[in-house]
Design a protein. Structure first.
Length: 399
């Protein structure tokens, strides 16, 4: 993955303008770079950075649905902060939930000089194609928010030198936990809205919901898949309201975004926010207000830190960490919010001026600053992330 072309670009950069840098990464969003009150630490650490064997800067590509939704803005802010702390480069590409854009986006990122690409793919079949692209550029592909379920695809990926691993939630458990919350709120007749068939996250989370619904005797009155836009979310919800007057809960399974906004709009227009419990995943930008008004009743989220760990895994692999040369899999949990008070706590500790990981903490998760870092320590840090964990680690910083 040592590319002569990047060395030429580096020389030009030293004479004049820099290529996409960590303090101003290439992006399709204008989300701000986080401020962790650690500028001095970042600057002092830059001289000690040991990127790649030949001294070239590390560059990581990020391929996601889009960079306007709240989840993506949080994702980008955390990754930009990591790139700044590590003095590396990052470039973004959006696939807009369109299957053909996933592999094309990966190829474009590698062609632009990325050493590794982290991706939230829309279907498993894209990974074998992505690995062929990675082979052409002598790079690596890492997944976030996604895992591999098909045995043949998984075996081929984990045996490939061009596959770096995956960071994802235990989606079955997330769905089950959310289904239990629906039960705890007293609901018995549920309508379901979901993303694509073939989207492993949507399907696995759905299985978790169904397991909980069966266990707690909750009836699914209707379900609709392939719902991704706001217009579709509104239309399906309106149809449910007209056809199933007994419905007392609506679950947007695959995750929030435009489809959730559409469902919220339909419930508000019909004055049904007090009568129907609405739950989903991916915290909204207006989470506190939505919870206070009763528009939303429960959400799971905070998992925008998954791509952060996928980014850090890719960085360590490119930087030469021995333990990151083989595929690494990390399963994480989400943050659950069931009240406005919990939403306020999340907003303060995850979305405030101080992010879940400061510059110093980010550097300790890299072998360039912490050469003794082990795989077990890296995984343990990722899996210990929770609201309580952040509140305890950063208690002194809030004083």
């Amino acid at each position: 993955m040592l590319k002569k072309v990047l060395l030429v670009v580096m020389c030009v950069a030293l004479l004049g303008t820099m290529i996409v840098g960590c303090s101003s990464p290439t992006s399709e969003s204008s989300a701000p770079v986080a401020s962790n009150d650690a500028s001095a630490t970042v600057e002092a650490a830059k001289d000690s950075v040991a990127p790649k064997a030949d001294g070239e800067r590390i560059k990581i590509g990020v391929n996601f649905f889009n960079y306007t939704m709240p989840l993506a803005q949080d994702l980008k802010r955390m990754i930009d902060s990591a790139a700044e702390a590590l003095d590396c480069d990052v470039e973004y590409a959006a696939n807009d939930f369109e299957d053909e854009k996933v592999v094309t986006g990966i190829e474009n990122l590698f062609a632009s000089g990325c050493d590794a690409v982290i991706v939230c793919n829309t279907a498993e079949g894209q990974i074998p194609k992505a690995l062929k692209v990675a082979e052409q550029y002598d790079g690596k592909v890492f997944q976030f928010f996604r895992t591999l379920n098909e045995e043949e695809v998984k075996d081929a990926a984990f045996s490939s030198p061009y596959y770096g691993g995956q960071v994802h939630e235990d989606e079955m458990q997330v769905g089950y936990n959310m289904g239990k919350i629906v039960n705890d709120k007293g609901c018995k007749n549920v309508g379901i809205i979901n993303y694509n068939h073939g989207d492993l996250t949507a399907e696995t989370r759905y299985e978790g919901y169904m397991k909980a619904f069966e266990e707690f005797g909750i009836n699914v009155v209707a379900e609709t898949w392939e719902v991704a836009t706001g217009e579709q979310g509104t239309q399906v919800t309106e149809n449910y309201l007209a056809s199933y007057p007994e419905m007392d809960a609506l679950v947007v399974v695959g995750g929030g975004g435009e489809n959730l906004i559409g469902a919220m709009s339909a419930l508000q227009k019909a004055n049904k926010t007090d009568d129907i419990v609405l739950v989903s995943t991916d915290f909204t930008d207006t989470l506190i207000e939505d919870m206070e008004s009763g528009t939303l009743d429960a959400m799971s989220g905070g998992h925008w830190c998954d791509p952060f760990f996928s980014f850090m895994l890719a960085y360590n692999s490119v930087a030469g960490a021995e333990w990151a040369q083989e595929p690494v899999e990390i399963a994480m949990d989400m943050i659950y919010v069931t009240s406005a008070e919990e939403a306020k706590q999340y907003d303060e500790w995850f979305r405030g001026d101080i992010l879940p990981y400061t510059a110093e903490e980010i550097q300790q998760l890299s072998i360039t600053h912490n050469p003794s870092l082990t795989k077990d320590e890296f995984i343990e840090t990722a899996q210990s992330l929770s609201l309580q964990d952040v509140m305890e680690r950063h208690a002194d910083l809030k004083e």
